[in-house]
Design a protein around this ligand. Structure first.
Ligand code: ZN
Length: 442
């Protein structure tokens, strides 16, 4: 079945399987290095079912032998493959049984050409608002990240009463990887290997909300500010669980420089986390007043108003992603500063930002009744950094430059269409309900 396989490369491949195959306890950990001519090879392009049995082009990442398979299995049927779907995010990577995979070289070539055309078109469309998920990383670090996080080693996660599939690898301690399901306390985020341990913990755990100050509450949600320096265990647990759903390449293990804003739904039982964003404490404030100059301060200032953002999958489509983004800007407005998210953003994060910026800025323009306004004024009123505003206006081709002047072309009908395209505005933040003072770093 393998396409043009040679003995040497297959032995190398099977060694790779043996090395990597520590994922599920019912799979063999001492694989014989026999030559398997019926195996697909690492890097082979094949077709595998992605969702609802729709077949997509995929690349073989690795292979493992199913230990308790009957000896009468047909060629290759005792194997399954970890595959990456071409053009799809890594959260879709998964193990697929041999019998569900097929290879058709002509169709592979056709799909590759088609995919290149789509990619070129997407690159052109995203020219103004690019999102390089590998920003700031060299090839070696990208490769190292991909190698160390190649396999999702926890299939399912149960947080409180919500059970969902994990998307990515997360660096939990070793003994928590060979599990079908990881159990997590919805309040303190401690993690457990089995239901019984989780149950015992639930009877003891007296935590009912994130360990910080409640700084916002409306009729549906609440926000707590948690200091990474004061609550390192909670924040580490939060980072670990969020890593199951974020392919964040620059995940920081140093938590004390960050504040975590935890969005919770609440009921009679307590406050259950639904998502969060983290934000770096402001280190750029001038400490040495003698050498302070406004120019130096401006140059060294950290404009990031958000470092990492996540809404748990079982709370998506409730408008919480946009709520968190909106909240980060409202805090910026209270601090008297404009901000922007730290890059790179995840693909979902980037999409949510574009949609939120579009909605926020174009609604602002739609309601603006004056004749003239500067980008700096818009920036001050929305909290959005000037360069982000300009990029967005340019991407919609509403910012024009003529005879030395910049002006905005904003026919009401165009604004209406673009705002509609931006989608749901998300769960709204009521700024009057925020009870918060900027963090002072000493
Ligand atoms: Zn707990």
């Amino acid at each position: 079945m393998a396409q043009n396989s040679t003995g040497n490369s297959l032995i190398k491949f099977l060694k790779h399987i043996n090395f990597k195959n520590t994922i599920k306890k019912h799979y063999s950990s001492t694989l014989n290095l026999e030559i398997r001519h019926d195996a697909y090879q690492e890097g082979d392009l094949i077709f595998a079912p992605l969702n609802n049995d729709v077949y997509q082009l995929a690349k073989i990442i690795s292979c493992r032998v199913i230990e308790d398979f009957s000896e009468s299995a047909k060629e290759g049927e005792d194997l399954e493959y970890y595959v990456h779907f071409e053009g799809y995010n890594r959260r879709n990577d998964k193990w697929v049984p041999h019998k569900l995979i097929y290879c058709d070289s002509e169709e592979v070539n056709r799909q590759q050409i088609m995919r290149r055309d789509i990619q070129t078109q997407q690159d052109q469309e995203e020219e103004f608002l690019p999102n390089d998920e590998d920003a700031g990383m060299d090839d070696k670090s990208i490769k190292a990240h991909e190698q160390s996080t190649m396999f999702r080693t926890i299939e399912w996660v149960q947080i409180g009463t919500h059970k969902c599939e994990a998307w990515y690898f997360s660096p939990y301690p070793e003994e928590y990887h060979k599990l079908d399901c990881l159990f997590i306390c919805h309040y303190c985020l401690s993690y457990f290997q089995c239901d019984e341990d989780m149950e015992r913990h639930s009877q003891r755990c007296d935590s009912r909300y994130p360990p910080g100050h409640e700084i916002y509450r409306d009729d549906k949600v609440s926000v707590f500010e948690v200091d990474g320096a004061k609550e390192p265990i909670y924040c580490e647990n939060l980072s670990l669980v969020s890593k199951l759903f974020l392919d964040h390449k620059n995940l920081s293990y140093e938590l004390s420089p960050f504040l975590f804003y935890c969005l919770c739904e609440y009921n009679d039982e307590g406050y259950q986390i639904a998502g969060y964003f983290s934000k770096e404490k402001d280190f750029s404030k001038p400490t040495d007043t003698d050498s302070f100059s406004p120019e130096k301060f401006e140059k060294e200032r950290n404009y990031n108003n958000l470092s990492c953002i996540l809404v748990f999958p079982f709370h998506q489509r409730k408008g919480y992603g946009k709520f968190l983004i909106s909240f980060s800007y409202e805090l910026g407005i209270l601090e008297g500063r404009q901000g922007t998210p730290e890059t790179p953003l995840s693909d979902l994060g980037h999409r949510t930002y574009i949609s939120w910026w579009t909605f926020k800025l174009l609604t602002f323009l739609k309601h603006f009744s004056g004749e003239e306004i500067s980008v700096s004024d818009i920036s001050q009123q929305t909290g959005i950094l000037q360069s982000d505003i300009i990029k967005l206006f340019e991407s919609f081709k509403i910012l024009r430059y003529q005879q030395g002047d910049h002006f905005l072309v904003t026919p009401k009908r165009l604004l209406k269409t673009l705002i509609k395209k931006a989608g749901n505005p998300g769960h709204p933040v009521n700024p009057e309900l925020i009870h918060w003072a900027p963090f002072e770093f000493y």
